[in-house]
Design a protein around this ligand. Sequence first.
Ligand code: NCD
Ligand code: ZN
Length: 366
Amino acid sequence: MHLLGRPGIQIKWSDSVRLTLIQPDDWHVHLRDGAMLRAVLPDTARRFARAIVMPNLKSPVRTVAEACAYRERILAVLPDGSAFRPLMTLYLTDNTATTEIEDAKASGFIHGVKYYPAGATTHSDLGVTDIERCYDTLAAMEAVGLPLLVHGEITDPSVDIFDREAVFIDRVLARLVARFPRLKIVLEHVTTGEGVAFVKAAPATIAATLTAHHLLLNRNAMFRGGLRPHAYCLPVLKRERHREALVAAAISGSPKFFLGTDSAPHARHTKEAACGCAGLYTAHAGIELYAEAFQEAGAIERLEGFASLHGPAFYGLAPNRKRITLVLEPWVVPAEIDLAPSGIADSLIPFRAGERVGFRIIATGP
Ligand code: NCD
Ligand code: ZN
């Protein structure tokens, strides 16, 4: 069976596995706004206690005031009784003022600043054109202790899309690390062996998030029997040896690597299009998919560190108090999620649509 978009799945679905772990957090998620926010937030809030919320709205979240208003909109549509806490971020531009950084730190609810190279991905047009223009801002972040969250892809169109992460590390990230030795940096959604090696060798100030889909799929998934827009995301899926390097990093126990789903919902017809949007929706199985990847790698006992401990430690926050329990008990993901009840005349195709996910959550509690 080619359940994972590649041969060789090793999970024995009949295995009896049950695990209880400290409730995880998602250190990289796109919650969007308005109707889409209403549709997707319950999936994240049901699994994760907290999430680092990406600021790439259509009109990006560039100021503390905008982040405050966005946070209020998220809290306003949380399911009743949910204790989910959104951890907000600012969107770095060529002109982000150092005073904005100081205010962000003082706000208490902003936990990072996201660096999108202009044009690298969804809603990144107002991103950074040249990081050297931001050196004063980065110095202010270093001084107040606000992490830089990096979309690590070079935008030079002459660079092969599969090489953009590695080239970004050589041309940009290595310089930043050398120039700002106390700045905390997260290489978001690392996708290559080069990225993993860089983060491992770098000082303790440098960490990386890993998505579940990059742990579970290689680039063949985009072309399985035809063109598969629902497997297209940025950074794009890479070849098998990179996926193996990512799994090795995730299960290594190193505190530098932690969970960030990069769940990025796009309505079906914006993905199934002549120029389809990048992004996979994974929040509906946000922890379950990681459990599957760790189980398949024979390292399920390492999941708690990766999902629940390394992220808080990096961000200087306490781990969560609650626990969740997962069992290996396959369930079938719906073929699509209707967005009409939320007010969008379209649907969302979730990761593994119509196929099985191995783990399910059976309890969340104290
Ligand atoms: C993200 C989105 O849609 O906002 N898309 C994606 O493929 N991951 C943007 C991003 O994180 O690059
Ligand atoms: Zn993202």
